[in-house]
Design a protein around this ligand. Structure first.
Ligand SMILES: [Cu+2]
Length: 165
């Protein structure tokens, strides 16, 4: 059981280290070009798409205005698809519930390995009513989408296209 949890936390980090370069990188506060507010509803984003220039650093201020847990994750389609089984596992371990995240359980896991405490820099996972910021530098704007990988949500189209301008 413990080994299983370790596995699903560590594997995505390994997977993400490669493809991450293609989608850009974590942005720095002092380099922010624009701030974009994003609202998450059940199951869609407002706005539904983003117009982004290559090399722009955007601060996304994301608020979950829905009744369900949602994710705002900047990635390629391929990366989203790889991330989905990990999210499914979080559901199976009852860390990720339909309307909340069991942060106590998440914390317990991160205590066992400090490396687990950090979340991916390209995504935020929010309970209803929560807000978070994400700063991203779009060194590439091709074939990237913001999407929610909470099981079932991507399939019903909780995806916001990122258009290169
Ligand atoms: Cu969602």
């Amino acid at each position: 059981m413990k080994k299983l949890i370790l596995l699903f936390i560590l594997i995505p980090n390994i997977l993400f280290s490669g493809p991450m370069k293609k989608i850009g990188e974590k942005g720095e506060e002092e380099n922010i070009d624009r701030v974009i507010k994003v609202s998450m509803f059940d199951n869609y984003y407002q706005p539904k798409q983003f117009e982004i220039k290559k090399n722009e650093t955007i601060k996304f201020v994301v608020e979950n205005k829905g009744q369900l847990v949602h994710e705002f994750n900047i990635a390629s389609k391929e990366m989203h698809l790889k991330h989905q089984p990990e999210m499914q596992m979080m559901v199976e371990h009852e860390i990720l519930l339909a309307d909340k995240i069991d942060k106590k359980k998440m914390m317990e896991m991160s205590k066992k390995n400090p490396a687990m405490a950090h979340s991916h820099s390209n995504s935020v996972l929010l309970s209803p009513g929560e807000s978070a910021e994400l700063i991203w530098k779009f060194s590439n704007t091709v074939d990237i989408e913001a999407a929610c990988n909470v099981p079932g949500h991507y399939d019903v189209g909780m995806i916001a296209k990122i258009n290169s301008i």
